[in-house]
Structures are given as C-alpha cells and as structure tokens.
Design a protein around this ligand. Structure first.
Ligand SMILES: [Zn+2]
Length: 206
C-alpha cells in the first residue's frame, strides 16, 4: 500500500524547511498525524497568521507587524547610526544584548561568489540610498564572521568609502563562523563596544 495522498503532500511540504530531508519530513509528518486536532490546527493557523501579519520594514527591512518598524519610528533612538546585519534574527540578538541604540539595515543574506550571489541580490543599494539621503554619521557592518560575511562586509565598506561617514566593524575576537544570533549578549556587546574603524581593502576582481 502506498502512503495516503494527504500524508505524501505533507511530507513534500515539510521538505521546504532548510535542512529537512525526506527522512526527517516523514518523522515530522508522523508526529503531526499523532497530534490532537486542536494542536495541529493551531500550528497551521500560526503559519498563516505570520504570513498575513509580517512584512519587511520599508526603511530597515526587519520583519515587522508595523511599518515603519518600532525601531525606525522610535525618536529616542540614534537615527545617525546604522548597524548592518544579515537577517532579522540578528536584529533580535543585537536588541537583546542592549548594545546598539541606533537603527538597523537588514541585508537579507550575504554575497557568495561561488553561488553567484552578487551585491545586487542583497540590499546593498538600499543601504547606499539611505546613507546618500543624508543624516548618517556611522555605519557598523555587523555581518557574521564567516567567509561570506567578510566578503559582504569588505564590499560594503568599499562602497561607503568617500561618503563622509565613519565605517566600523565589530571587534575581532568573535568566534569565526559564528552566527550573530547564537552569540551570548556579553560577547556581542563586547565586540560592539570595541568596534574598529574599517580601512577598506583595495578593490579586487571577483
Ligand atoms: Zn525599520
């Protein structure tokens, strides 16, 4: 006997999650089948609710339920200082470390030369537009300390050169390959306080 069609469809759908292959999708589907009806329905509703209510902030691109987001619309924050991160989750991590009182800019990923992800595939242009529109004094490039994160940071630092602003990176000493949103608040805020001004590397052919 083949698997019932609805279970096959569920297994297929679950494989859309990153890192979930056929085996784990099958296990997840099995546990959904065993779940009581209310729990399963609440799970399905939570997915729909998030899709209906979350969209990127039109200024900093963090996932938000209001636009502009609560950070961009807070007059108490330093609107001359932008912290550039890869993902919305990094904003959450920075916020819980309570180190940054400025604004953010969510790139939505990293450049990756091998995969052909250039600066046009992430929100670099949007960042440059924000800086060009004036009032910005410092941009802290807090991409993750991975190879892709470093490539992205160097590219952005070069683009920002000559725009009359201070460009900084978190202090070295963040564990290499670390994800910002997995670091503890103390490590993050230490790297933040000791941030260093970037001396942009010369343009390389990529
Ligand atoms: Zn915002």
């Amino acid at each position: 006997m083949n698997r019932p069609k609805s279970i096959r469809q569920l297994i297929e759908a679950l494989q859309k999650f990153p890192g979930v292959g056929p085996r784990s999708a099958q296990r997840m589907a099995e546990s959904i089948v065993k779940m009581d009806y209310e729990t399963a329905r609440e799970m399905a509703r939570a997915i729909v609710r998030v899709k209906k209510s979350i969209s990127p902030c039109s200024s900093c691109f963090v996932n938000t339920e209001q636009n502009p987001c609560e950070i961009c619309s807070d007059p108490e924050r330093d609107h001359t200082f932008i912290c550039v991160v890869e993902a919305s989750e990094d904003v959450i991590a920075m916020e819980s470390s309570k180190s940054h009182n400025g604004l953010y800019h969510v790139l939505g990923g990293n450049m990756n030369v091998v995969k052909g992800i250039g600066p046009d595939k992430i929100r670099v242009k949007e960042l440059l537009d924000r800086v060009r529109s004036g009032g910005i004094k410092e941009v802290l490039i807090a991409t993750n300390p991975t190879l892709d994160g470093e490539t992205t940071a160097s590219h952005i630092a070069r683009q920002l050169t000559g725009m009359g602003i201070r460009v900084t990176r978190p202090a070295r000493g963040l564990p290499r390959g670390a994800d910002l949103d997995y670091l503890d608040g103390e490590t993050l805020s230490h790297a933040y306080k000791l941030r260093q001004t970037v001396d942009p590397e010369p343009e390389r052919e990529i």
